[in-house]
Design a binder for this molecule. Structure first.
Ligand code: FAD
Ligand code: SF4
Length: 484
């Protein structure tokens, strides 16, 4: 519980950022780490509220035992803290960096707008554990003799593979790209999470007996049925990468792109990889000296904003069709749930011009080149308001309005007619499986992560990876000691 009176004596602090003018000059992380003493003080604020909503159903999706590790950090027991944290979360250094922290929304101290800095403490525990050499491979002592294949090495695939290897199975991960990590590596920019953190985990997992096979697009380079014949179980963790079609006239103009090719390309550039590998456009998409418009209001849109600033954009405008949310939520109406309120990402704070309640009507251009984006104001029901049209100057526009499901080429096209799919309320078409056994309509084939739940969060992918591992272990062995 930290210090009994800590929450009354200590103010909430989180890691400070480098000033925007400095951080947009590079692609590295820019949060200035807090000292151990500062982190310990923040952990001391955990107040033993009795019913810790932070790790309950509306808080942390992996049910991190937050009050327990706050107490361990307060008492300087870092080794026990990482052991506790790892018991629910395979990769706390990922979530400590990129999780939107629903736990902090659900913290009892959030009723007073000063939740415990849970995410900061989580990251500090993981970083400190690496520094002190506590994170090493944990190979299974007894082998099961069973082989499991995992398709996709995003956070869901990585979590599933690590759990199953530790349960003694021979695990093979098949990944289409040249490196592991999925959207953590190729979607999320380095300024939110540097990629050496993924490499370190791959090294740990390799030490635990996981074999990574890169450059294998299952369903294209290797038939799924072949994989199923070679393994006792196959888990499909292929993500949800198909961009939602925008249906906006003018998308064919030179200068209009979906967000993903842009982000993937810059991540490859930073990672010193070939930018035209695996089918994305080979032409460089660069925002230097350009007027940029980003259509969409989520994480992906924000990442385009931050990337454009780092490439030297003159002006970046972000268009959101939703109304501007209130500055502050009505706590008693929404707590402990995630609140709709004005949130400003670090990328938006770098100088983005944000327009709310605006619809994108058309991309306009001359001689095939984008010159502007025609927009209008919309009412509460998102209907255009007559006479409010305006044009924003643009040399580059990115469409970041979400994803409509897994890639259709590969596993899905190969198993068409056999694999049951459904369309969720967000219009995303996902592979059907429940949250208990994660079984698809095909025997021996399981699914987890965004491919099952639609585009979501890293922490949900880790949760599903852990749970599918437990389900597969149980199916193969009759019982499992892996946690759900
Ligand atoms: C730009 C962007 C920013 C985001 N920012 C955040 C954030 O800040 N915080 C957060 O929590 N979440 C964020 N997310 C969401 C988060 O990244 C995803 O929810 C998460 O990565 C999903 O994990 P996954 O393992 O299910 O799928 P993915 O990460 O998509 O991984 C799927 C993997 O499967 C591979 N694959 C697919 N098909 C095949 C095949 N047939 N054969 C072999 N390999 C295959 C892919 O190459 C990929 O490596 C963001 C997403 C995007 C797009
Ligand atoms: S994984 Fe996310 S929700 Fe869970 S404790 Fe960490 S920051 Fe909070």
């Amino acid at each position: 519980m930290g210090k009994v009176t800590g929450f009354m004596e200590i103010d909430r602090q989180v890691g400070k950022y480098q000033p925007a003018s400095d951080r947009i000059r590079h692609f590295r992380e820019f949060t200035i780490p807090m000292s151990d003493a500062e982190v310990t003080k923040q952990a001391a604020r955990c107040m033993d509220c009795g019913i810790p909503f932070c790790h309950g159903p509306t808080g942390c999706p992996v049910h991190n035992q937050i009050p327990d590790w706050n107490d361990l950090v307060y008492n300087n027991k870092w080794e026990e803290a990482i052991r506790n944290l790892h018991s629910t979360n395979n990769f706390p250094e990922f979530t400590g960096r990129v999780c939107p922290a629903p736990c902090e929304e659900a913290c009892t101290l959030n009723l007073e707008d000063s939740p415990v800095a849970i995410k900061t403490v989580e990251q500090a525990i993981a970083d400190k554990a690496y520094e002190l050499g506590y994170i090493v491979p944990q190979p299974a002592t007894v082998k099961s003799g069973r082989r499991v294949a995992v398709i996709g090495s995003g956070p869901a695939g990585m979590a599933a593979a690590q759990q199953l290897a530790r349960a003694g199975h021979e695990v093979h991960v098949f990944e289409r790209e040249t490196k592991a990590g999925g959207l953590l590596r190729y979607g999320i920019p380095d300024f939110k999470m540097e990629k050496n953190f993924i490499d370190r985990r791959v090294e740990q997992m390799t030490g635990e007996g996981v074999t990574f096979h890169y450059g294998v697009n299952v369903g294209v380079d290797k038939p799924t049925e072949e994989l199923m014949a070679e393994h006792d179980a196959v888990i499909y963790c292929g993500g949800s990468e198909t961009p939602r079609p925008a249906g906006i006239p003018g998308v064919e103009l030179h200068g209009v792109y979906d967000a993903m090719p842009y982000l993937v390309q810059q991540n490859r550039r930073v990672g010193r990889e070939n930018i035209d590998s695996t089918g994305w456009p080979a032409e460089p998409i660069l925002a230097g000296a350009k007027h940029v418009v980003v259509v969409g209001g989520g994480d992906t849109a924000s990442d385009c904003v931050g990337t454009a600033f780092r490439q030297g954009a003159v002006k970046v405008t972000q268009l959101d069709i939703r109304p501007m949310p209130p500055e502050k939520e009505d706590k008693l109406a929404v707590w402990p749930f995630w609140a709709t309120k004005m949130r400003t990402s670090s990328s938006q704070a770098e100088g983005a011009n944000r327009e709310f309640q605006v619809a994108t009507l058309e991309f306009v251009g001359e001689d095939g080149m984008l010159t502007g984006v025609r927009c209008c104001q919309v009412d509460e029901r998102r209907k255009p308001i007559a006479g409010t049209d305006f044009i924003i100057k643009a040399d580059l526009a990115f469409i970041a309005i979400g994803f409509s499901g897994p890639m259709t080429t590969g596993v899905l096209s190969e198993l068409e007619g056999k694999l049951t799919l459904n369309t969720d309320r967000r219009g995303s078409t996902n592979v059907v499986a429940n949250e208990r056994d994660y079984k698809t309509s095909i025997d021996k084939l399981y699914v987890a992560g965004d491919v099952r739940r639609g585009q979501s969060l890293v922490v949900w992918a880790i949760r599903e990876g852990r749970q599918v591992a437990r389900a597969v272990d149980e199916a193969l062995m009759g019982a499992s000691v892996l946690p759900r």
